[in-house]
Design a protein around this ligand. Structure first.
Ligand code: GUN
Length: 300
């Protein structure tokens, strides 16, 4: 079997089309949704993510702002930037790009964000609301994974989803979202991680495998059940002297081998990445809609 490649940009474009309608309605009421990102330091992956976000805002006609702070900025300065965005009516949603430098307490910064402007859905109030099935905002990457599965005809309903990785950004929330008693969810979820015994045999049981370990090509073809659907969340930069830039991006899945065994697979790049960005845009539109007091805001 050769897997169907699920295109992130194609699914993202479908969602962008839906968002354009909502954005036009907001603009008729004089509201331009605004998204801000706080970036501390110069991490190359983070800078790329921020550039992509700026481009996506421009494309959809959203107001976008990037607050750049030096890597050695004291924690107080980062908290002050959060306070300023919390109070700014032009900003409907914002996020603080992670990871933060070690001298800054990540949880303290996240907890300072107004939950109503928490475009990432990382505030404990939003994590709790996601878990109980009454979300205000869903985190962008896991929500993007769910949309990709459903819109590509791979609804997780009743399936065994094996998540590899337990981060707060992907592993834990994707498990929480897909296990909900809801349309587009209702999956049986297993979460594996670095301390899991006999990880390969568990992954082999997955009808859907979500790879979010952060280790290049960790998931090999022998770990995949024939016909499984494979979602690759990895973005690992590996040296490649033959590439123009001297490096290339690879996922957590051995794409070439796994695509011969899976029924569907997301590539890297061109898979989950574009979905994360569009779901962030969606959260910004939802936040603006709620702030404008519009009745029929899209659900999270
Ligand atoms: N770093 C990697 N992914 C993310 C994300 O989704 N949000 C934030 N804030 N930082 C990240």
């Amino acid at each position: 079997m050769v897997a169907k490649v699920i295109s992130g940009p194609e699914v993202a474009e479908e969602i962008r089309k839906e968002l354009r309608v909502k954005i036009a309605q907001l603009k008729e009421r004089g509201v331009t949704p605004g998204l801000a990102v706080v970036l501390v330091g110069e991490d190359p992956a983070s800078k790329q993510y921020v550039r992509n976000k700026e481009r996506a805002c421009e494309d959809l006609g959203l107001y976008s702002r990037t607050v750049l702070l030096p890597w050695d900025a004291p924690e107080e300065e980062v908290l002050k930037a959060v306070d300023t965005l919390n109070a700014d009516p032009a900003i409907h949603g914002f996020l603080v790009q992670l990871p933060l430098p070690n001298h800054i307490d990540e949880n303290k910064v996240i907890m300072r964000i107004d939950p109503a402007k928490d475009a990432d859905g990382f505030h404990p109030i939003n994590v709790g609301r996601m878990l109980i099935g009454d979300p205000l905002f869903l985190p962008a990457t896991p929500h993007g994974i769910q949309e990709m599965l459903v819109r590509s005809g791979n609804d997780p309903e009743g399936k065994h989803v094996v998540v590899v990785g337990r981060s707060n950004i992907v592993g834990k929330p994707v498990a929480a979202i897909l296990m909900q008693k809801k349309k587009g969810a209702n999956a049986t979820v297993t979460v594996c991680h670095s301390r899991t015994r006999d990880l390969a045999s568990l992954v082999r049981q997955g009808d859907i495998v979500v790879a979010a370990i952060g280790s290049p090509q960790f998931i090999t073809a022998d770990m995949i059940k024939p016909g499984a659907v494979v979602v690759d969340v990895g973005t690992n930069r590996v040296d490649d002297p033959t590439a123009k830039r001297g490096y290339r991006w690879v996922g957590d899945v051995d794409f070439e081998a796994v695509k011969e065994k899976a029924s569907a697979i997301t590539p890297v790049p061109g898979g989950v990445g574009p979905m994360t960005i569009v779901m962030l845009m969606k959260n910004t539109v939802i936040a603006a809609c709620r702030a404008a007091g519009i009745d029929h805001c899209p659900p999270a």
